[in-house]
Design a protein around this ligand. Structure first.
Ligand SMILES: C[S@@+](CC[C@H](N)C(=O)[O-])C[C@H]1O[C@@H](n2cnc3c(N)ncnc32)[C@H](O)[C@@H]1O
Length: 194
């Protein structure tokens, strides 16, 4: 996201909790002015500037492990919280900081996905995103289903269907909107055809 933003001539400010990921991203983007990842816990991070467009691609609870140079997750790393409720509350605290830094009539785009707890049921993380952003006064403006490789997912079905678990083969890309949706056509350039 930062590379594309920098390549398009935009400023990009990002909070990332792992020093190794910040260093790698900052190295790739060193030729761009004003593209920067700061090592910080997003739940505590207050953006320096008001944003025209906000992104997040958060961890999906307990799906991946995020380790720093020392081979350990940094304190506050979301997937290292022992419960989904703590993960969600800290994730949403970061969103609340970012929402305050959104200019009016701008979008917050999030790629997210759900995962299952030890009881076999989904946490409901995608649905909770929708309810959280709605509670913050934003519109649930776009809900895009990102389809993964059907073949790879279906190949797992023989392991999971015995327990009646359908392999999940999609993630979500949400675009939440802060402001007056009637202004979108006036403020944003026409896109044309898809
Ligand atoms: C799915 S990855 C996305 C990586 C990156 N945003 C990208 O799109 O390339 C989730 C990232 O969230 C980071 N992360 C986890 N907990 C965090 C926290 N509390 N504050 C900031 N970043 C965190 C992880 O280190 C990991 O790099």
């Amino acid at each position: 996201m930062g590379f594309v933003a920098g390549g398009c001539g935009f400023e990009y400010e990002s909070s990332e909790i792992r020093q190794n990921q910040c260093d790698a991203n900052n190295a790739i983007c060193q030729d761009f002015d004003n593209v920067i990842w700061t090592k910080s816990n997003t739940a505590l991070y207050i953006p320096e500037k008001m944003s025209d467009l906000t992104f997040s691609c958060p961890p999906y609870y307990k799906v991946e492990t995020y380790l720093d140079y020392d081979g350990k997750p940094p304190e506050g790393e979301l997937n290292s919280y022992p419960t989904y409720a703590e993960f969600r509350d800290m994730l949403f605290a970061g969103y609340a900081n970012a929402i305050k830094a959104m200019k009016d009539n701008t979008f917050f785009v999030i790629m997210t996905g759900d995962s299952r707890g030890k009881d076999g049921g989904y946490y409901g993380c995608e649905a909770e995103h929708e309810l959280f952003f709605k509670s913050q006064g934003l519109l649930i403006y776009n809900r895009i289903v990102y389809l993964e490789s059907e073949f790879t997912r279906r190949a797992q079905a023989k392991k999971t269907l015995g327990a009646r678990k359908w392999p999940k083969c999609e993630q979500k890309i949400y675009a939440f909107y802060k402001g007056d949706a009637d202004k979108i056509k006036e403020l944003y350039p026409a896109i044309g055809r898809l």
